[in-house]
Ligand binder design. Sequence first.
Ligand code: NAP
Length: 294
Amino acid sequence: MGPAMNAGFIGLGAMGQHMARNLHRAGLLAGAWNRTSTKAEALAAETGCRAFASPAELASACDFIVTCVSADDDLLAVVGALLGGLRRDAIVIDCSTVGANTARQAAALVSGAGGSFLDCPVSGGVEGARNATLAIMCGGDEPAFGRAQPVLAALGKVCVLMGPSGAGQATKATNQILCAGAIEAAAEAMAFAQAEGLPLEKVIEILGKGAGSSWYFVNRAPFMVRGEYPAGFRVRHHDKDLRICREMAAKHGARLAVVETTIRDYERLLATGHGEEDISTVFRLKAPLFSRKG
Ligand code: NAP
C-alpha cells in the first residue's frame, strides 16, 4: 500500500456533492468545506467525513484539495482563503470552469505558497459527476499530475494532461463551444420535429442512434419533451463559459457564430428568470419560432 492520502473538497454544488461522495467511496475523503455550511454538515453526517470550518482549516488537514466552485472570482477567493493553511507539497485540483488566465493566476498563488495547482475542468454533466465518468482535462506539471492520479481516477473515467497551467481550461473552453452547438441544434431540431407533428420520443429513439446525435440530444431532448429543465448544467454557468470563449477567440481576432447565437439566447433566458435551469431550457425560445406561419 502507498502512503495514506487524504483529500478535502470545497464547493458541494450540483457537481461537487457527487464528486465528494466518489472520493469518499474511494476512501480518500478527509472532509469538506462549503460556503453554505449546512451542505458540508449534511455530507459529514452521511459519510462520516469532517465538516471544516474554513478553507484554511481544510487545507491544513489535506494533501489534496479539490475545488469546484462557480466562476473565476469565486475560485480566486477560495484559493486565497486556503493558502494560509496549505501544507508543503499539497496539490490543489480545481474542477471549476474558469478562464485559462485565472487558472494561471491561481497556479502562481498556490506555487508561491509551496504547493502545486492543476486546472482540471470536467465534462460529463451531473450524471458524469455522480457516476464518476467525467472527462477531466488537465493543465499543470507532470509530477503533480502523476501524484494526483488516485484522486482524478476516483472522479472520472478519462483524464489527460493537455499541457502547462491553463491548458486544461483552454480545452474546456473548446468543449463549451461544442456544447453550445449541440444544445442549439438539439433544441431547434426538436422544435422542428414537434412542428412536423412527429412522435418526439420516437424521434429521440431513432435519431439518438444517428450521425447527428450528441450527448445533449440523447440526454437533454427528453427534458424538452417534458418541458422540465432541472439543473443539470445551469444557463448562468454556460453563459459564463461562453463569455470566456468569446474573449479567448477575440484574442485571435475571431468571432464565432455558435458562441454569439447561444449567448444571445441565454441573455433572453436570464432576463426571463431561467438562469438556474438546465441549458436545454433554450427549447423555450425555439418552439415559438414555428408558430409564425409564413
Ligand atoms: P452550483 O451547483 O452552482 O454550485 C456552486 C458551488 O460553488 C456551491 O457549492 C457554492 O457554494 C460554491 N461557491 C460559489 N461561489 C463561491 C464563493 N465565492 N466562495 C465559496 N464557495 C462558492 O454549480 P455546479 O453546477 O456544481 O458547477 C460548479 C463548476 O463546475 C462551475 O464552474 C461549472 O461551470 C462547472 N461545471 C458544471 C457542470 C454541470 O453540468 N453542472 C458540468 C461541468 C462543469 P454555496 O452552496 O454556498 O452556494
